[in-house]
Ligand binder design. Sequence first.
Ligand code: HPA
Length: 246
Amino acid sequence: MSKLAIIGGSGLTHLAGLEISHRQMMYTPYGEPSAPIIHGNYCGQSVIFLARHGARHTIPPHQINYRANIWCLKELGVTTVIAIAAVGSINSAMQIKDLVIPHQLIDYTWSREHTFFDQSLTQVTHIDFTEPYCESLRQQLLTAAQSLELKVHSQGIYGATQGPRLETAAEINRMAKDGCDIVGMTGMPEAALARELELCYATCAVIANWAAGLGTVPITLTDIEMTLADGIQQVRRLLAEVIKRL
Ligand code: HPA
């Protein structure tokens, strides 16, 4: 049987409508996760929720303990992870507040603890990461989004940057040439760690802003937050629908 976890990103530090049964503090060989793990019931299904940036949104992308977060979910018997992420758009067809279910990623992050396979090894391990996201979960997210007539893009290449600063215009230009459609700071190493622990993991990205150099106005946190407040409503509807169907 599948057991679902939702990792909430910026704009989704708590899941409205989740009937919380209990909060669980966890400790892992890698340290503590971003926040207590929330157990509850959402739309009739048992769900686990974790706020990636902490319960009060205080942990910047490069300081998130991705290993502890993913390890906790595995330890709790989670099989399926929907990761919510705010992103900037590089592709002019992907507009503010649209949803994107990425199918590929490029990792530009550095010096993050990015693997479980570096200590006490009996054998060097290389995971297959050709397709970084779980295709069946991607399709379930897409079917649910389409049934709600949400504006959703069925493919996209996610470029993961280090942050916490936003990118320069030249960096975004280079990422566009690399083929990136969207840019965010938390997609890696989260996706790879989930694969290392054999979790079915997919991302639902919400476009919060035009990436650096592509908009008509400078990117401000206030604008991003205002856009996200709206965009996240769609994510909540999508989660309710997908959970009913899982
Ligand atoms: N760049 C990186 N991460 C982001 C952005 C961005 O423009 N918007 C939201 N998260």
